[in-house]
Design a protein around this ligand. Structure first.
Ligand code: NCD
Length: 325
């Protein structure tokens, strides 16, 4: 499914998902992001890598962090950015995705950043879009959210340097989480020693062990000695039927508190893709505490999205990205 995202020289043409990508490519994304991380410290907070290119943000689902950091990333690369307002768009008037695509192509854009509630939407667009256009998946249904996974990997590498000895626990609503799926693929490809998923039976997909993870239903056991904890929100907008008794009860069993955090490694970091629900999956003392790197993840998201956009659209090889600064 992912081959479509690589060109004939195995360079990124689109960025649709982490599954099936090679370790070297993930490391190249992280290294390119590292070379772009300090652009905001320059007097002019820009590099000219995408000068003269047009990026369209096409968001069919609500988003705060992802959309704004994509916009900021495109602007720091000197691209022109158009935020397509889906509420007032023709999609609400019955226009098909393909017709919308053709019309937007006619505006001479070079890249679409797409968030859609249907799994596979970004992949579908990559198959149908004009050949000079790149598609970046900003989250498709319950499938993948590859730039979130890469900013998570960037943050982990920033604090832990080497992936191979790490035990990582992903906690919460795994069933509906595209972040969980992309992170499981990324951590496995980068060689983390153990990836755990922790949550109630109703929120863990059947057969997930096939992805190489260990399943835990008890939070304390699942967090024992881990180096990294990735907390997830209950994605109620994707739940059909009653999968949980109540938010209050969920917090009693799966909420991350200071007390439970003590079973993890003393240097463990706490991550969350946002938006966080205080008092549901995470206690405020942990979210705002010294081990939380949640806001660092948001900052890192800008450089990681710059890296992915530059690698897919720039005609230069990534070593020259460094020179270009
Ligand atoms: C995530 C998403 O949209 O998949 N958030 C994000 O991109 N920052 C996770 C979520 O919505 O819970």
């Amino acid at each position: 499914m992912n081959n479509i995202q690589l060109d004939s020289q195995n360079r990124l043409k689109h960025f649709l998902g982490i599954e099936g990508l090679k370790r070297d490519l993930l490391i190249e994304i992280l290294d390119t992001a590292a070379s772009l991380i300090n652009v905001h410290e320059k007097a002019v907070k820009k590099v000219p890598l995408l000068r003269g290119k047009m990026v369209i943000n096409l968001f069919f689902e609500p988003s705060t962090r992802t959309r704004t950091t994509f916009e900021l990333a495109a602007k720091r690369l000197s691209a022109d950015v158009l935020n397509f307002n889906i509420d007032t768009s023709s999609s609400s008037k019955g226009e098909t995705l393909i017709d919308m695509l053709r019309n937007l192509e006619a505006m001479h854009c070079d890249m679409f950043v797409v968030r859609h509630n249907a799994s596979g939407a970004a992949h579908f667009m990559a198959q149908h879009v004009a050949s000079h256009i790149s598609i970046i998946n900003a989250g498709d249904g319950q499938h993948e959210h590859p730039t979130q996974a890469m900013l998570d990997m960037y943050t982990i590498r920033q604090y832990k340097s080497d992936f191979t000895p790490l035990r990582v626990a992903i906690v919460g609503d795994i069933l509906h989480s595209r972040v969980a799926r992309s992170n499981i693929h990324a951590l496995t490809i980068l060689g983390a020693s153990e990836v755990r998923v922790v949550g109630p039976k109703t929120l863990i997909p059947k057969g997930i062990e096939e992805l190489g993870v260990k399943v835990f239903h008890d939070l304390k056991r699942g967090l024992c000695d881990v180096d990294v904890i990735i907390m997830l929100r209950l994605q109620r907008e994707r739940m059909q039927g009653a999968l949980l008794p109540s938010a209050y009860e969920y917090f009693q069993y799966y909420g991350l508190t200071e007390k439970i955090l003590n079973v993890a490694h003393p240097d463990a970091i706490v991550m969350h893709p946002g938006p966080i629900n205080r008092g549901v999956e995470i206690d405020s003392t942990v979210a705002d505490g010294v081990r939380s790197v949640i806001l660092q993840q948001v900052s890192n998201g800008i450089a990681v999205r710059m890296a992915v956009m530059a690698m897919t659209l720039s005609t230069m090889e990534s070593p020259s990205l460094k020179k270009e600064q």
